[in-house]
Design a protein. Structure first.
Length: 263
């Protein structure tokens, strides 16, 4: 990567130009996240939230590493910088998790430490067959600091999460699929197109229904059954009043594909 190349590459793709791909592009540093990258990522995620045309986000990377976590050269230069790095990452990953639209992690290499936590903050994880994972912070003297202890048990189960965090061991894409950390494995050369295909499938669904589904799911896994049902009910009531539900039902009877407008 040349010195003047951007740390993040942002492109819009899809049938209706409604999918954003954010590509991590700090290849020489294995896409480790420093202060500048985190700030750029945060700024982009915030701006997409207000773009009602966008239906899905893909986080991809250039090089052999998807994300090697925090840039230790930056973060470990002082205790104050380490604390700042932890606070930044935690805040930004929470913003990704709470993003109204789905976020897809297209993992084409190493996702270790904070990189694995970045993947955890995404809604859907698709891995290349060469991908490698590790929740590795304990091997350098820290617990996970960007949400790993909170999110990983919800995805892979309590016992498996504890084993991965305590040992920091690396595991393959095949193991990641077995433990349901990723939903699909594809050859590395097909990964980007596979992620776009998933995003396009999402983009063809009613936008409000997708947003309210994500909100209800995220609420449901962190509350009681009653709280989950309440969140689901609010989403249903909101969507019942949209033009899109009328379009969806009409399309069923007319035997055609619906054209949702997000209204």
């Amino acid at each position: 990567m040349a010195e003047n190349e951007p740390l993040l590459i942002v492109e819009t793709v899809g049938e209706n130009s409604n999918i954003v791909i954010i590509t991590l592009n700090r290849q020489k540093k294995l896409n480790a996240l420093n202060k500048e990258m985190l700030e750029l990522l945060d700024k982009k995620i915030k701006s997409i939230k207000h773009d009602h045309n966008i239906r899905a986000i893909i986080i991809y990377s250039e090089g052999k590493s998807w994300c090697a976590g925090v840039d230790l050269k930056w973060a470990s230069s002082s205790v104050w910088k380490f604390v700042k790095a932890i606070k930044m990452g935690r805040r930004i990953f929470a913003r990704i998790e709470k993003q109204p639209i789905p976020v897809i992690a297209a993992i084409n290499g190493y996702a270790v430490g904070g990189g694995m936590e970045l993947a955890l903050s995404c809604d859907i994880r698709v891995a290349a067959d060469i991908a490698t994972f590790a929740q590795s912070e304990a091997t350098i003297g820290l617990p996970p600091g960007w949400g790993g202890t909170y999110r990983l048990p919800k995805v892979v189960g309590l016992s498996t999460a504890k084993a991965l965090i305590y040992t920091g061991r690396r595991f393959s894409a095949e193991e990641a699929l077995e433990m349901k950390f990723v939903s699909k494995i594809v050859p590395v050369e097909e990964l980007k197109n596979q992620a776009i295909e998933i995003a396009e499938s999402i983009a063809r669904s009613a936008p409000m229904a997708v947003k309210k589904s994500k909100k209800a799911i995220n609420k449901g896994i962190s509350t009681t059954a009653r709280g989950g049902y309440r969140a689901e009910k609010r989403g249903v009531w909101r969507c019942i009043r949209t033009k899109d539900i009328r379009e969806g039902i009409t399309a069923v009877f007319e035997k055609r594909k619906p054209e949702f407008k997000g209204k």
